[in-house]
Design a protein around this ligand. Structure first.
Ligand code: ZN
Length: 115
């Protein structure tokens, strides 16, 4: 059957998303936004076992969030801190921007308890 993710370098396979997030050898290191389709952005993880960086689409984590999704995009507006333009910036966004919900998911993923 299809695994959730296979490491592109060492070939390690994670069977499910929980399996991946639970793993103490995976560490979130970045978020590569896709402003065209937010769910096609990438969450970047280091696989500490082999040292490579893996990208997993933001859409794969979407169901971890069930709060409000704002309609307007505020990139370039005064309220926007432009976090999304910096791949290694993983803080939550205080603006009521369409892109902010993805950054809430980043928090959930970063705080995921490792086994
Ligand atoms: Zn690996």
């Amino acid at each position: 059957m299809d695994d959730f993710k296979r490491c592109t370098l060492c070939g390690h396979q994670w069977q499910s998303r929980n399996d991946f997030l639970d793993d103490s050898s995976t560490e979130m290191v970045g978020y590569q936004v896709n402003f065209g389709e937010l769910e096609l952005g990438y969450f970047l993880f280091n696989h500490l076992e082999c040292g490579t960086t893996l990208g997993i689409s933001a859409g794969s984590f979407e169901d971890l969030y069930d709060g409000p999704v704002y309609e307007d995009r505020l990139l370039g507006a005064e309220e926007c801190e432009e976090y999304c333009l910096h791949e290694d910036q993983l803080d939550p966004c205080p603006a009521k921007c369409e892109c902010a919900y993805v950054r809430e998911i980043l928090q959930t993923v970063q705080r995921w308890p490792k086994k």
